[in-house]
Unconditional design. Sequence first.
Length: 276
Amino acid sequence: MNTIEPAADPQLARWQRFRNSRNAALASDHGWLTLTSFQWLEDRPAAVELAPGLWSTDGTTAFLTAAASDGLTLVDTGEPVDGTISAVLSDEESLMWVQYGGDDGRQVVVELAMRADKYAIRTRDSQSPAFTEFDGVPTFDFRPDLVIEARFVPYPEPVDVPIGTANPLVDGVHRSVGELVFRLPGMEHEFHLQAEEEKLGALTVTFHDETNGESTDEWRKVSTAKPRPDGTVVLDFNRAINYPSAFTPYGTCPMPVKNNSLDYRIAAGEKEPGIF
């Protein structure tokens, strides 16, 4: 995988380090680039594509029945699956459950997931072409003018906003904790983007802009550090990244809330990964 040589300009060098880390994370074992299927479990034991065994759910628990000859082992312990095993998840949880195949028995990991209060599995194959041929996400050139100072205006209480996702059968919820308010170069009006809170008080905004469907995926996201005591944050659109659904048809990534659409071309950050 190509890496970017460090630049002399400190701001550009920080962005290049961010890009190298981002590409390395995408290229991790059994990461998003290795997804090869998304399948709902049925209410009776049934075969699935791309994985041995019989899979089912009673609505609250997921079950897998397999023989030792199927070659399935538990990801956590390496113990062979011989008989019936079960697992219970809450909505939006995932479990890297079992693995099989390849010289080491770990070529394919089967992820158990609970989405829209239903159980599904996703296969993650380390021989997926999207993974083996990955050479970094294409990006726009660095744009210093799209490193914006924004003001965070918190809501009195978080507001749960129903949203769609990349999977039409899975609905989502955006927990809006407030708005990032800012101006963009050449525009007189202020923009307001609803934000979600992440770990350690960081903020993430998921947004549409006028490059979507042309040079970028249908939506992207960008994160900031925790707001300063005066409520200001640096909103660096050069760090706008794709959701996993830009790389695979098997994601259930959240769409932006209705108001997070910018009448502006954010020609910064990640482009649509056209090799996939």
